[in-house]
Design a protein around this ligand. Structure first.
Ligand code: NAD
Length: 315
């Protein structure tokens, strides 16, 4: 039986260690184990985190190995190559598919009970690979997907409308990458559709140009951050903490994780992000919403981009 609050993080680089730091402060986990092929790095990170324990809720943090997966409730994979400036997430495919398959082999030889979250890019392709290689129920293997992109979208809309991001409801769906789709038709502030909100509350019309600018900023955020500081890790770590909370606390929260579509939105046999209910089962249900024709076409294009790559992998 898995320990209900044990989290194993594979990959103790920027994302893995920052997620451990975020998780440690959240009080969600009772045990956090860092596993990395660079064992010294994992040990150093665990040591550094332990020095903050006096200021945090009780939690055991240590470096470990794959045997720690045997009784983990949640395993989060952040190991692998990251984008260099000017590289897209899809450019990482060859390097990270191999790493992902190796890691999944290590995990599945020790447990079949955990929920796995894939973070390594290209996250949608690797979520699909993990589902295929493991043979586990698909609900228990999900990708961090566009949870981060949806948060970026909400942040930018909140700045545009000068309102708390927590009152903005907005979703980015599809690929976590260049073909992602910002769903304006599902966007609202305090229950008021975005267009009405701007007209009636802000007394300005949100122009097509405003929208295009916001979408571009959401899509290109990672490129800008990587160009400035080499990697993104704070936003994604908070997104991972949010997903972890939904799973470990059995919250049934709506999050746009990467999952295997089962006919919703006319999509099958591809992993991409759709709004879904997340709880201790992993992906419990997918929310099927009515998109505009343009959004539906864009989502289909995004699925095609991912399907083309998956087909070439010959799994
Ligand atoms: P990083 O280079 O800082 O860390 C990667 C770590 O993986 C290193 O410590 C390395 O030793 C380890 N590693 C590599 N191969 C391994 C293996 N076979 N077994 C165990 N450990 C292994 O990179 P990072 O900035 O932490 O990014 C990690 C991944 O997360 C990248 O693919 C990046 O693109 C992705 N990422 C995803 C999102 C998202 O929203 N999904 C956001 C940011 C980054």
């Amino acid at each position: 039986m898995p320990e209900p609050r044990k989290v194993v993080i594979i990959g103790a680089g920027n994302v893995g260690s920052t997620f451990a730091y975020t998780l440690m402060q959240s009080g969600l986990a009772r045990e956090i184990v860092l596993v990395d092929k660079d064992a010294e790095r994992a040990q150093g990170e665990a040591m550094d985190l332990n020095h903050g324990l006096f200021f945090a809720p009780p939690v055991d943090i240590r470096a470990g190995d794959y045997d720690d997966c045997a009784d983990a409730a949640l395993i989060v994979i952040t190991a692998g190559a990251k984008q260099k400036p000017d590289e897209s997430r899809l450019d990482l495919v060859q390097r990270n598919v191999k790493i992902c398959k190796d890691i999944v082999g290590e995990i599945t030889s020790r447990t079949s009970d955990a929920v796995i979250i894939i973070v390594t890019n290209p996250v949608d392709v690797l979520t699909y690979v993990t589902q295929e290689v493991s043979g586990w129920p698909r609900a228990r293997i999900l990708g961090s997907g566009t949870v981060l992109d949806s948060a970026r979208f909400r942040y930018l809309l909140s700045a545009h409308c000068r309102v708390d991001p927590r009152n903005v409801h907005a979703y980015v769906i599809g690929e976590h990458g260049d073909s992602e789709v910002a769903c304006w038709s599902m966007t609202h502030i305090a229950g008021v559709p975005m267009t009405d909100y701007c007209e009636r509350t802000c007394q300005h019309v949100c122009s097509d140009e405003d929208r295009a600018q916001i979408i571009e900023q959401v899509r290109d955020s990672a490129y800008h951050v990587i160009e400035s500081k080499g990697a993104t890790y704070y936003g994604v770590s908070m997104a991972l903490e949010r997903i972890t909370s939904a799973i470990l606390r059995d919250e049934s929260s709506v999050l746009t994780v990467s999952l295997r579509a089962g006919g919703q939105y006319g999509l099958r046999d591809v992993c991409l992000s759709l709004p879904a209910i997340i709880n201790r089962n992993g992906v419990d249900r997918i929310i099927d919403a009515a998109l505009t024709d343009a959004e539906q076409e864009a989502l289909q294009r995004s699925a095609n981009v991912l399907r083309d790559i998956i087909t070439q992998l010959n799994l």
